[in-house]
Design a protein around this ligand. Structure first.
Ligand code: AHM
Ligand code: MG
Length: 329
């Protein structure tokens, strides 16, 4: 059954989460609380992003664990989400793009693990282009007597119990799934509430937009190069914001495909399996789309490292299938 059934557009996120919890007679409310904690941090980050402040704008002058320039907002978003999850009490460990090691929240008895990219696409911030937060939730596999472990964090994407993103764009939206469809909520800042605006999102089976960094085309695998030639022959449109959440969101609503393939120099591409590929793959599948590394299903990959990278092909099912066909010719 889909999460949005019987709940009208305009329902607040809080009420939505509460009503959905009632559908599970034995639910303890911990996952509901966790989702509320994420929504709270999202509101705070949305506020910070939408105003100009020298303390929150620009680069820090440091690199993160991936060797990328950290923006002040990267660090602020990281702190805000960690704080909300720590204070909420439902998460024992967090994996963040901004931190090399597992973050232990101090809630050793808590049931859940969160992997997150606190601010994806943050290099776009200073030019006022949309950015996002991506999150993924797992139930821990270790006992609740100890801190979260590496094994808790390195689970297959199929084990996710929830995943979603926040898009800080012309409006701020929270889109999430708990494995029963995908629902989108739009933030109304004057009321401080997210409202159900996009119930039961289904990605069109195909589309006419493709998103990739085409400057890298000569380094892409031959199958992807041939797929791009097909897109051009079909007169598809190229649409690349360079913010994964924003590109994914457009394709989710309108149909389309996003890919960030491997190259000779970076065979695993750029995006991270745990907190970029897996959560978006879960959402794509729940909306009727697909996500692969070009050939194999993303959600079945067994991660070996916290920050491992993975090629990503994601979007409308027929388009992702077509890429797979070109990759295996
Ligand atoms: P980030 O997590 O450091 O922001 O990197 C991820 C971003 C995605 O949002 C975007 O799709 C991609 O990197 C853009 O990369 P490129 O500039 O190589 O096209
Ligand atoms: Mg990022």
């Amino acid at each position: 059954m889909n999460d949005a059934l019987a709940l009208p557009v305009g329902t607040t996120l809080d009420r939505f989460i509460h009503r959905k919890q009632e559908d599970f007679p034995y639910a303890t409310g911990e996952l509901s609380q966790l989702l509320r904690d994420i929504a709270l941090a999202a509101k705070i980050v949305s506020r910070e992003i939408s105003r100009y402040d020298q303390n929150t704008t620009g680069a820090v002058g440091l690199q993160n664990v991936q060797g990328e320039q950290q923006q002040k907002m990267d660090m602020i978003a990281n702190i805000r989400f960690i704080r909300a999850l720590r204070n909420g009490g439902e998460v024992c460990a967090i994996v963040s793009e901004e931190e090399e090691d597992i973050i232990h929240t101090g809630n050793a008895h808590a049931k859940y693990i969160v992997a997150m990219d606190p601010l994806d696409g943050s290099s776009n911030l200073d030019v006022n282009i949309p950015v996002g937060t991506i999150f993924s939730v797992y139930r821990r596999v270790s006992t609740q007597q100890e801190q979260g472990t590496l094994a808790d964090c390195l689970q297959q994407g199929t084990q996710q119990v929830a995943a979603g993103y926040i898009l800080y764009g012309a409006s701020t939206m929270l889109v999430y799934t708990t494995g029963r469809g995908v629902n989108g909520f739009t933030y109304e800042p004057s009321l401080g509430e997210f409202f159900l605006s996009h119930p039961d999102i289904k990605i069109p089976a195909t589309g006419h937009d493709y998103s990739c960094n085409e400057a890298n085309v000569s380094f892409f695998p031959l199958g992807i190069q041939n797929y791009l030639a097909f897109c051009k022959a079909e007169k598809y449109s190229s649409r690349y914001i360079g913010s994964l959440v924003a590109d994914f969101h457009r394709n989710l609503l309108k149909g389309g495909i996003y890919f960030y393939p491997g190259t000779d120099k970076n065979p695993e591409g750029k995006l991270r399996l745990l907190y970029e590929c897996n959560p978006l793959a879960f959402l794509a599948e729940q909306a009727g789309g697909k996500a692969t590394d070009g050939v194999a299903r993303i959600l079945e990959k067994m991660p070996a490292q916290l920050h491992e990278r993975c090629p990503l092909v994601i979007g409308s099912a027929e388009m992702v299938d077509k890429v797979q066909k070109y990759m295996t010719l």
